[in-house]
Design a protein around this ligand. Structure first.
Ligand SMILES: Nc1nc2c(c(=O)[nH]1)N(C=O)[C@@H](CNc1ccc(C(=O)N[C@@H](CCC(=O)O)C(=O)O)cc1)CN2
Ligand SMILES: Nc1ncnc2c1ncn2[C@@H]1O[C@H](COP(=O)(O)OP(=O)(O)OP(=O)(O)O)[C@@H](O)[C@H]1O
Length: 184
């Protein structure tokens, strides 16, 4: 078993070398297709998703599809003590890059309650088929999801997918309900 720190280090290195290839983009397209075909997606009215950075699975196609299907989209904004809140994303929402280089809404307007969110698309840098997840390390999602009642889904391209977890679980780790993968 490895530490999450070691996985994070190895994954960030691997992802930064590979994420600009066409193979990777086509894998992302396959992930979006299976997400949008899923009944979890089809029935969701309110979707929580991040504003992706360069080294993450691009969330713009997810935001576009949600808007085309008249779903409400909300995005996270971090605050103190590794907490975050979700705010409704609208055309007029002003996005800024925060001190950690993460994109988020500049204003805390239109808070969406946790219980309103049907589907949470959870980011991460490594996942197992069983729903284990390694994120950037703040524990933001572990905290937020600890009393979340909706469905959680993560998109795991081949770069981010481990069939079996090779890292040690922590008590606070939240399992993801559904890991979407590129079938081969
Ligand atoms: N696009 C995107 N947005 C997201 C996330 C994400 O993974 N991707 N998050 C997923 O969780 C949340 C933000 N996560 C963060 C994770 C780590 C650090 C971070 O590394 N902070 C400092 C250390 C701070 C400290 O320890 O005091 C740093 O290392 O510089 C910041 C935010 C919410 N928004
Ligand atoms: N509910 C919680 N209460 C207190 N501490 C927590 C909770 N959830 C996670 N933590 C702590 O937060 C720290 C970071 O957690 P972890 O390494 O799992 O982050 P991550 O899930 O990879 O990151 P993120 O969710 O921000 O992408 C760990 O020390 C963990 O113990």
């Amino acid at each position: 078993m490895e530490t999450k720190e070691a996985i994070r280090h190895a994954q960030l290195n691997k992802i930064s070398k590979n994420n600009k290839t066409w193979t990777n983009s086509i894998n992302e397209i396959k992930l979006y297709e299976s997400l949008f075909a899923d009944s979890i997606w089809k029935t969701a009215q309110v979707v929580g998703v991040t504003l992706s950075s360069d080294n993450e699975i691009d969330t713009k196609p997810i935001i576009l599809q949600a808007r085309l299907q008249s779903k409400k989209v909300c995005v996270p904004r971090t605050r103190d003590q590794y907490q975050m809140d979700f705010f409704k994303l609208e055309s007029r929402t002003v996005i800024r890059k925060n001190d950690f280089g993460i994109y988020e809404p500049r204003e805390n307007i239109n808070l969406i309650q946790k219980k309103e969110i049907d589907l949470m698309i959870v980011p991460g840098i490594a996942f197992s088929l069983m729903g284990d997840r390694v994120g950037f390390g703040g524990g933001y999602y572990d905290r937020y999801l600890s009393d979340f009642k909706g469905t959680t889904v993560s998109l795991a391209d081949p770069l981010r997918l481990y069939e079996d977890r090779t890292w040690r679980l922590e008590k606070t780790d939240q399992q993801i309900d559904k890991i979407v993968t590129v079938e081969r």
